[in-house]
Write a protein that binds this ligand. Structure first.
Ligand code: ZN
Length: 500
């Protein structure tokens, strides 16, 4: 007798196969960033493109469409409903875009990448702008196919990274952040730059930093039987569940960059390792969205990693590797030294307060580009003007200005806001965690993160894609996504640190 759920089971089998191809692709990408010999690049790009083609074919096949249709009649619980909802959504989004357009974008992506690298090296935006112009016109084209009633073109693109997020809610959220954070920044600047960084300067051999990083990752709960730590130019995390690859980078004159990149990436990695084994390869066993992913890394990096309590543990741990007298054995110096607020031109080096201002600038510009209210050749001037306005500094070259990020050259429009959404979610989640776990700080001081991780496992990691990102946050902290927790967290923390 035919199983009553045969189509649903077949659908999951097919989905797991696609997932396996995606994971194979991630291992190849990880290998390229960490240890591939330089001459391997040509073969690697063919391997990756072959896999992408295969994934695209399987995701949008008629067979898949048929399975989705049949499985629809067989689901009878919330979990199966969530799996089907996500699979149908992915299928429909792929189906709605003409194949020719997808191929054009991927071809242009390679050219545009190349032009971006050349333009950045020459610090000359005009070398990149013709490709960027083409890219924006293709992305607008794609958005027209994907756009649903009531959505803007930009909304249709955000959906790739943050399901359910809309300009209509992001605009007021970000303009409130813009106002409150630039106000906080100017109050901090009026006080003057008080941080003393000399205690952090020294000689910190890379092998010792590596040992320390592994120690800290273990303390946070990272399972080295199901993951690795390696080195790459730009730290990242890839893979999933029982094979998570993360990287950091080392500066032998200062241990902070490696340590905080490690804490950030471990936050991402713990999320992957915390997904449910039984649902691997299906939406229920995946992570929710870019924003939720970033909330996990930022929560560990900032709310935990840059707290006074966890600083005590980190200072003690660094002392085990670099000598007891590190940073003058002074907790106050350490805490201040990992929380320096200083306007800078480069997003990836920004502190907690200014980081979101960098994002808001990109959000405002890319919305205007996609919605058609700004021209590509106006980017450099608009960029510099916004930096002057929000951060009080202006780049002296395009390389340290509008050419610094890789995102637009890949056509990743709608990605930037997920960084700030991650910060917003992190502050809300941590507010709830502090209520739910009494005395958390005294545990963190000793490096005891077990209860915190348990909370994240239960409320976020194990949920997979059961809910939309905003619903997941609401279920976890009892309120829908809102910026007020992040603003009060920043005002309290930096108000105290800088004596405002
Ligand atoms: Zn991240």
């Amino acid at each position: 007798m035919e199983d009553k759920k045969q189509a649903y089971k077949d659908l999951l089998d097919e989905t797991r196969e696609i997932h396996a191809l995606e994971m194979a692709k991630e291992v190849l990408e990880w290998d390229q960033e960490t240890c591939m010999p330089p001459k391997g690049v040509e073969l690697r790009s063919r391997e990756l493109s072959a896999l992408s083609g295969l994934i695209h074919e399987k995701t949008s096949s008629d067979h898949m469409g048929e399975l989705l249709l049949q499985a629809q009649k067989q689901i009878d619980n919330e979990e199966e409903g969530a799996n089907l909802r996500e699979l149908k959504r992915a299928f429909n989004r792929v189906k709605r875009v003409p194949k020719k357009l997808v191929q054009d974008i991927s071809r242009l992506g390679a050219l545009s990448q190349d032009a971006w690298i050349k333009a950045r090296n020459a610090s000359d935006f005009s070398l990149f702008s013709p490709r960027l112009k083409e890219m924006i016109s293709l992305k607008r084209e794609i958005a027209k196919h994907l756009k649903e009633p009531g959505q803007t073109l930009y909304d249709a693109l955000i959906e790739d990274f943050e399901e359910g997020a809309r300009e209509a809610t992001l605009v007021p959220m970000f303009s409130s952040l813009r106002e409150k954070l630039s106000n906080l920044l100017s109050r901090i600047m009026e006080k003057g730059d008080q941080a003393d960084e000399t205690p952090f300067n020294g000689s910190f051999p890379r092998p010792m930093q590596e040992k320390m990083c592994k120690h800290v990752a273990k303390t946070m709960g990272f399972d080295f039987e199901g993951g690795r730590l390696d080195t790459s130019a730009h730290p990242f995390t890839s893979g999933g569940k029982n094979d998570v690859r993360m990287t950091t980078r080392y500066d032998e004159s200062d241990f902070r960059p490696a340590l905080y990149a490690l804490i950030h990436e471990t936050g991402h990695a713990l999320y992957e390792q915390g997904t449910q084994a039984e649902h691997q390869g299906t939406p229920l066993g995946e992570t929710s969205s870019m924003g939720v992913h970033e909330s996990q890394s930022r929560l560990w990096e900032n709310q935990v990693g840059r707290s006074r309590a966890f600083s005590a543990y980190l200072l003690d741990t660094a002392g085990q590797y670099f000598g007891r007298d590190i940073v003058g054995r002074n907790l106050d110096t350490f805490y201040k030294g990992v929380n320096i607020v200083r306007p800078s031109l480069i997003r990836v080096e920004a502190d907690e307060v200014t980081y979101n201002l960098h994002i808001i600038i990109r959000f405002e510009l890319e919305r205007a580009l996609i919605n058609g209210t700004m021209e590509v050749h106006d980017i450099p001037a608009a960029w510099n003007k916004k930096y002057q306005e929000l951060l009080g500094i202006s780049p002296s070259s395009d390389a340290e200005g509008c050419l610094q990020d890789v995102h637009w050259s890949w056509g990743l429009f709608g990605y930037f806001p997920t960084y700030s959404l991650g910060n917003v979610y992190a502050a809300q989640l941590y507010g709830k965690i502090l209520k739910d776990i009494p005395g958390l700080d005294s545990k963190l001081q000793k490096g005891d993160t077990a209860e915190l991780l348990q909370w994240l496992r239960e409320n976020i990691h194990s949920k997979g894609r059961r809910y939309l990102p905003a619903q997941l946050i609401e279920k976890a902290c009892g309120e829908s996504p809102a910026e007020s927790s992040l603003i009060s967290y920043m005002e309290n923390k930096f108000g105290e640190l800088y004596g405002l």
